[in-house]
Ligand binder design. Structure first.
Ligand code: SAM
Length: 198
């Protein structure tokens, strides 16, 4: 069996999810109760759209999605193609939000990661940069008491990242999910109840 075609791959095909990653968010949702019905969320690193399907199904609302790559249309998704580390993307996001009367998000969920190399230091460094961008963006666009879910590849800077950003939230937790590949350094960090003034 190919490394990429495991039981989650075949299950995703059967259950018509765009990717096996959908099961990661379903597990997070079972454990942490987010996203929630009625939430207006921003999803980062959305392509090919497994999480998007889960978010729109649970929230029953439109979801703003962004990815550097293109994505097949998912009903309920407002897709922006862009790179969240670039300032021009933030302008585009602001414009799209304003044209739709959206001021902030209840939740920001990121599964973003560049292609992994298998070198844990390199993967950690690129994940760290993306995670910092996700959190800076959250500081601008998350509403008070909102939540963040962010994928991260562990390494030297994980502890500092977790404790520094955790100061702005009442709840912070690191979790792993069963759909992550065996031996992977992938974790998900959950931050809940945002306090912008902290
Ligand atoms: N959650 C998706 C799903 O359920 O189908 C899978 C996401 S995939 C693991 C990671 C995605 O992050 C890739 O499509 C990649 O293009 C995107 N990505 C990586 N860096 C990014 C960045 N700086 N800005 C936007 N998207 C990025």
């Amino acid at each position: 069996m190919s490394e990429h075609r495991d039981k989650y791959y075949y299950r995703a095909k059967r259950e018509r999810f765009n990717s096996r990653a959908a099961y990661k968010l379903l597990e997070i949702s079972r454990k942490f109760g987010i996203p929630r019905e009625g939430d207006h969320d921003l999803e980062i690193g959305s392509s090919p759209g497994g999480w998007t399907q889960v978010i729109t199904e649970i929230t029953g609302q439109e979801v703003f999605c962004v990815d550097k790559n293109s994505m097949k249309k998912v009903p309920g998704a407002i897709f922006l193609r862009g790179d969240i580390t670039r300032p021009e993307f933030l302008d585009e996001l602001r414009e799209t939000m304003s044209s739709r009367g959206v001021q902030s998000f209840d939740g920001i969920l990121s599964d973003a990661m560049s292609q992994t190399t298998g070198n844990t230091s390199i993967d950690h460094a690129s994940s760290y940069l993306i995670c910092q961008s996700v959190m800076s963006l959250s500081a601008d666009f998350l509403r008070e008491h909102g939540y963040v879910v962010v994928k991260h590849f562990q390494g030297d800077l994980t502890k500092t990242f977790f404790s520094e950003w955790g100061k702005r939230f009442t709840f912070s937790k690191i979790t792993t999910v069963s759909a992550s590949r065996k031996g992977s350094k992938e974790i998900y960090i959950i931050f809940k109840d945002y306090h912008p003034q902290n």
